[in-house]
Design a binder for this molecule. Sequence first.
Ligand SMILES: C[S@@+](CC[C@H](N)C(=O)[O-])C[C@H]1O[C@@H](n2cnc3c(N)ncnc32)[C@H](O)[C@@H]1O
Ligand SMILES: [Zn+2]
Length: 197
Amino acid sequence: MSVAVGVQIGGVAKTMAAKVFRVGRSSTGLGLFAVRPIAKKQYIATYSGRWITNAEAARRENRGSKYMFEVNSRWTIDGSSRRNLGRYVNHSCRPNSEAVLRKGKMIFVALRGIAPDEEITFDYGKEYFDLFIRPIGCRCAACTRKAALKRARRRKATARPGPARDAPGEANRHRTRCRRGPSFPGWRRRGGRPAAG
Ligand SMILES: C[S@@+](CC[C@H](N)C(=O)[O-])C[C@H]1O[C@@H](n2cnc3c(N)ncnc32)[C@H](O)[C@@H]1O
Ligand SMILES: [Zn+2]
């Protein structure tokens, strides 16, 4: 259900779907961002690449590849190619897209309406999260908000009556202690693993 655009190629009229995203900078490297409103269930992008066995995917993952997309108990898509723009979809614990297998292709579709400039995200599942995201700390919007809230609560809990204005040494010590907030421990999954990913 993407926007259909009529184009004339070599005198033959063809219908081509206009891209609904752009590749841009996100807090986690590159990411995909909506360039127009995307409706719930609308097609966003394809996760393309060679289909390889899960055993081969495990070998490639052990060599450091982050772009293995498990389709089922047998097959995985190796999305390492830069032509696969689907590989730039970042993880979120509160995603706005899901991956579905349609006509032999793994595609991302919107889970809800997505506004222009919103980042397109997907929940890569527990295994991926534990292997690649947890060690570096999840920087999705939900976890970032949660971490900020936790820091604010901790600041409030440790807040004491302010030092006298004529005691700058005291004030500095207090500020330093507050700024050193807890390091965010990462996000813990509550649900089960999605069908693919
Ligand atoms: C499928 S790639 C996504 C595209 C990637 N940002 C890039 O620039 O190539 C997944 C990798 O991006 C980073 N990443 C994605 N989502 C993240 C998140 N929520 N928090 C931290 N890092 C994330 C991790 O390095 C992860 O292994
Ligand atoms: Zn998260």
